[in-house]
Ligand binder design. Structure first.
Ligand code: XMP
Length: 513
């Protein structure tokens, strides 16, 4: 395996993804727990991530010194390169004036087994830079193997110790050969085979779940989304009727979704399922609430309360199964006081109280969304579930800026259903990461028939993405959007104007709240 040491970069999870794409198992651990993870994993290679911190700042994170004596290859990215150089006796300088951000080109100046059969001396390659500080003097044993205008040590190597460092980020798609570079590192430098598959993952996890749970009882919160659905089916395959699923229906689901969840799990899979209709309780608590974080916190907290009540009713359980994914784990590091910045509090991990006194079963903790979909297919789940667009835990509440009411939820559900139906009919559903309607707290004037209307505005959003971390807007044909707008205004009472959201992420987030 590969151990990825996280210094808090926003894109650390992409490193793990690239390693997995190379067919190799890896784990990300925060820098301050890296030593103990090393003992447990006995990795064949180490990757040091980037960071928002500065190596020269007092108290900035370090890699465990023992890693440099372990005799295994190390790959330092950006801050990872700087911290390696700093700890091995090189010199790093702070630079708060300019720095390099965005696309850059490097010149390959020396051959290296790191890119044998990929890059040749004399070639120029596009990379993505994002740094202020940089390495000024190399530690003993290192030499530059590629340079850029802004970074004389864009890529460095100590071939004897098999230590590599780069100022650019190979894990992001803007470094076109970055994935291949990481694959070369794990295969050729670390000697790992690249035979990790989803079928293997399924068997490993089933064995792990059986071992962890024994004859204990497991409870699982089902949301209808891919993550919790795949978790439930996997856990059910492992332990059968020791699993009870609880579907807390907050009434903030899309049209027809709650019914679908109940029938799939009860009828198709024969999984024990408790369906709690808590719409009134959620709407009552959301009354008068307009602040996005207050909505999220209330929904997360209430979810957990209801869940606890149901757990008590069924006589308690020893374990809680959750569909936590890798990006959730990393984002939640910021809740633990780690260096990443919290943009939104995701309710599925942030609010889980220790007082529930249950151990966690989180079989998807290492996976990214599309890998979860592969696992769902591996488990024989229907496409409608496996390919479903992601849906946030707080549901429609965060797609209704301003106050959330039953009436506004119903209006939004109708508009959203029309939009998604048109997307499916056009054969575009699977080309889009996420598409949804947002109901704005703005009324505008319109004219229908001979009458004046004064109704709400609906915004349509559709984005492509590979991981939800960054996103591009989906470029619909204008005719397509015009047709959706006409249908929504004609068929959904309460909406008389439709707009399209052209904002990518960053700077926008995918959801509006
Ligand atoms: P943002 O809006 O942060 O969303 O760009 C990124 C992805 O995460 C989803 N999302 C959530 N998922 N609980 C979830 O399980 C949440 O609280 C939550 N908030 C946003 C969002 O739909 C997108 O796919």
């Amino acid at each position: 395996s590969i151990l990825i040491v996280d210094f808090g970069s926003q894109v650390t999870q992409l490193i793990a993804r690239r390693v997995r794409e190379a067919g190799v198992y890896s784990e990300i651990v925060p820098f301050n727990r890296a030593e103990e993870a090393f003992q447990r994993l006995q990795p064949k290679g180490i990757i040091l991530s980037g960071s928002p911190a500065s190596v020269v700042a007092e108290g900035s994170p370090r890699a465990p010194e023992s890693f440099f004596q372990a005799g295994i290859p190390i790959f330092g990215i950006c801050y990872g390169q700087q911290v390696m150089c700093h700890q091995l006796g090189g010199k790093v300088t702070a630079n708060d004036v300019d720095g390099e951000f965005g696309r850059a080109f490097i010149d390959v100046i020396a051959p290296s087994p790191l890119f044998e059969n990929l890059w040749k001396v004399g070639e120029k390659h596009q990379v993505w830079m994002s740094h202020a500080d940089r390495v000024e003097a190399l530690p003993e044993g290192f030499k530059p193997i590629a340079v850029s205008d802004g970074a004389p040590f864009a890529l460095i190597a100590d071939e004897n110790r098999r230590f590599y460092g780069m100022q650019f980020h190979p894990e992001v798609v803007h470094t076109p050969d970055g994935g291949k570079l990481i694959a070369h590192f794990v295969h050729d430098i670390c000697g790992l085979a690249g035979d990790w598959t989803m079928a293997e993952f399924r068997q490993t996890k089933i064995a792990e779940i059986r071992k962890q749970v024994g004859d204990g009882r497991v409870i699982c919160g089902l949301s209808g989304g891919v993550d919790s659905s795949v978790t439930a089916v996997l856990v059910h395959e492992a332990i059968g009727d020791q699993l009870t699923c609880v579907f807390v229906d907050h009434g903030l689901m899309r049209q027809g979704e709650a019914e679908q969840v109940v029938s799939l799990f009860r009828e198709h899979y024969g999984i024990k399922l408790v369906h709690v209709n808590a719409e009134d309780r959620f709407l009552a608590g959301l009354k008068g609430v307009t602040d996005p974080e207050t909505k999220r916190k209330f929904i997360g907290k209430t979810f957990i309360e209801i869940f606890e009540e149901e757990a008590k009713k069924i006589g308690g359980a020893d374990f809680l199964a959750q569909g936590t994914l890798y990006p959730d784990v990393i984002e939640s590091v910021s809740f633990l006081g780690g260096p990443s910045v919290t943009i939104k509090s995701h309710h599925n991990v942030g609010g889980l109280p220790e007082r529930m006194n249950m151990k966690l079963v989180e079989p998807l903790r290492e996976l990214f969304k599309d890998e979860v979909r592969d696992l769902g297919r591996e488990l024989g789940m229907p496409d409608i579930f496996v390919d479903r667009h992601p849906f946030p835990g707080p549901g429609l509440a965060i797609r209704i800026p301003g106050e959330v009411t039953k009436e506004r939820c119903d209006i939004l559900r109708k508009a959203d259903a029309v939009y998604l139906e048109e997307i499916r009919n056009a054969g575009l559903y699977n080309a889009i990461w996420q598409a949804f309607a947002v109901l704005l707290p703005v009324r505008t004037v319109g004219v229908m028939g001979d009458g004046r209307t004064y109704d709400s505005v609906c915004a349509l959003r559709a984005v492509t993405s590979t991981d939800g971390m960054t996103a591009e807007i989906y470029p619909f044909q204008p005719e397509f959007l015009a047709n959706v707008a006409t249908r929504i205004v004609n068929e959904v009472r309460g909406i008389n104007r439709v707009t399209y959201d052209f904002t990518s992420k960053p700077p926008g987030t995918i959801e509006w709240e």
